[in-house]
Design a protein. Sequence first.
Length: 173
Amino acid sequence: MRLRPLYTVRFFYPKDYGVEIKNPEDATATSKEEELFFFAEGTCEGIISGRFKGANHPRRRADSAAVMNLQGFIETDDGALIITDYQGYGRSYQRSQKLYGDASDEKTKFRRQVVGMAKHYVDADKYRWLNDAICAIAGEVRSPANIPPERMKQADVVLVFSVAELVWEAPPE
């Protein structure tokens, strides 16, 4: 198998909504879960290009990883409508920094990794091949370095996902 790059989607969440779920019987517990909801707005560039809109209702686990559940659509520049379904994980900041390696690297210092899979649904002939394609997502949550965390708003954060088709190749005999 191999990956064939399809598009990069860049988006932000204009506003965030969420609730914290804590254990009321353990006042000292530092871990909590969150149920979140975000509307997404952005653009797509690549083999598929256009405007992207969606809604993500992730769950943040006690280990700070976010379980992505993002459905939306791409209105392509040539007039097609592609429904998207993204599933995966927004890795915790701590895990992302370990995997990036050098924490002093200014480029990745304020980023978290996203890994996942994408499915697409479309009726336009040009893109109909997407209906049975499985795609991989490698992305980042990019927080601006020049805004202190206590003043940062969700709309300041940009998410960038590279989406690539998993191309079938026969497994070894």
